[in-house]
Write a protein that binds this ligand. Structure first.
Ligand SMILES: [Zn+2]
Length: 399
């Protein structure tokens, strides 16, 4: 295997072994427990973090259980993103969203009067789209270009999608083709520098074929004749980037602060990546020793949320041995499905709040929404210890 972007040689950072797909929530245990190799590598030349031996994209995305509307906080994020777009571009603009999921963002944009097209392979999510949106139920590739509603778009967006498949380099080239000369390409990706470089290893999963840094993305965009205009750091996914790119050649070279910061932290040195391997090992040890020392093995343990990152946490630590796990989540698509790699099913939170009282120990898996979730536990009279392992380990006692 060679680098998916520049074709140079790869070096292993951390091999997690066999891990289930983080969104394979299914009512059939055999399906939700199917495992695939998870092996994180780095390109020796361009230093882009990537996976090898990942499963076929059809295996992951045709029946996808993660929905954008599954959490209230994420809906808020999408709503505010829609409002940013509204201020930036004129009415009636043509917008294309790649990986539009359940249409949450496009539903907002369509209501604002934009002419929206979505491209989304998961056929189970079609039903959530408002009728004005033109939806292509397929992967974004050369094959669907003829089926797009317009030849060119004013704005192309993609949220948490350009880490998700091996062919991103080609996607960027296609985007450059179907973007108007004065159009914008805005996308969001989890930021490896805030996550993996910071021992938050739970964003390493099969869907994230790439783990991006600003330095790496700049190179990938340039290979597709797109120019990086602006980067913002945002809080979603435990640390993400919002990237603005355009086709227009830059009039002056833009000094992007983040690129400087990454340079300072030696994002281009192979030594940096050897350190990451150690950070991951240490983090897993830390979690395991808390499991050994603090968790009552004979008692119920409540998992608050069933996010993708939680599946990595569970399957890489001793928590996978716990026999009495209860799990609540707000997403209807995950309700009554097996938690990937486990023997327990997820219960819809708002119909099963009584489970909160049945346990005196809880782990907040959706740690990026911890404030909201702690409030919920308080409201429903949870008494006992709450464990949060990312970004830093915390134990909170509610009496
Ligand atoms: Zn490379």
């Amino acid at each position: 295997m060679t680098c998916l972007s520049c074709k140079s040689k790869l070096q292993t950072i951390y091999n997690f072994g066999k891990i289930p797909l983080v969104n394979s929530f299914n009512k059939i245990k055999k399906i939700s427990n199917k495992k695939f190799n998870l092996n994180l590598k780095v390109c020796k030349k361009c230093k882009i973090l990537q996976l090898t031996n990942f499963p076929k994209k059809e295996e992951i995305f045709r029946n996808y259980k993660h929905t954008s509307s599954g959490s209230a906080d994420n809906l808020k994020h999408l709503n505010s993103f829609a409002n940013i777009i509204k201020k930036k571009i004129r009415k009636n603009s043509k917008i294309l969203e790649i990986g539009s999921n359940d249409g949450s963002l496009l539903n907002f944009l369509s209501k604002m009067g934009f002419d929206c097209t979505g491209v989304e392979p998961a056929s189970n999510l079609k039903k959530f789209y408002n009728k004005k949106i033109y939806l292509i139920n397929d992967f974004f590739s050369e094959n669907i270009i003829q089926r797009l509603k317009f030849k060119q778009y004013d704005l192309i967006v993609g949220l948490n999608v350009f880490a998700h498949y091996s062919d991103v380099q080609n996607s960027f080239k296609l985007i450059s083709k179907i973007l108007k000369n004065n159009g914008s390409f805005i996308f969001e990706v989890a930021y490896a520098f805030d996550t993996i470089h910071n021992s938050k290893y739970d964003t390493i999963y099969h869907e994230h074929v790439f783990n991006h840094t600003a330095t790496g993305l700049k190179k990938m965009l340039e290979l597709a004749n797109l120019n990086l205009i602006k980067i913002e750091k945002i809080k979603t996914q435990g640390g993400s980037l919002r990237i603005y790119a355009q086709k227009k050649p830059k009039t002056s070279s833009i000094n992007i602060k983040l690129l400087e910061i990454e340079k300072k932290h030696k994002v281009n040195s192979i030594k940096t990546y050897k350190k990451i391997s150690k950070l991951i090992t240490n983090k897993i040890h830390e979690i395991d020793s808390i499991y050994n020392q603090h968790i009552r093995k004979d008692k119920n343990l409540l998992f608050v949320g069933a996010p993708a990152r939680g599946v990595i946490f569970f399957n890489t630590t001793l928590f996978k041995n716990h026999k009495k796990i209860l799990c609540i989540d707000d997403s209807k698509t995950k309700s009554n499905c097996y938690f990937p790699g486990s023997n327990f099913k997820i219960k819809l939170a708002n119909k099963n709040m009584d489970l909160i009282k049945k346990s005196q120990q809880a782990v907040i898996l959706s740690w990026n929404y911890k404030k909201t979730l702690i409030e919920r536990l308080k409201k429903h009279n949870f008494k006992g210890k709450i464990y949060i392992f990312f970004p830093k380990t915390e134990i909170i006692y509610l009496s």
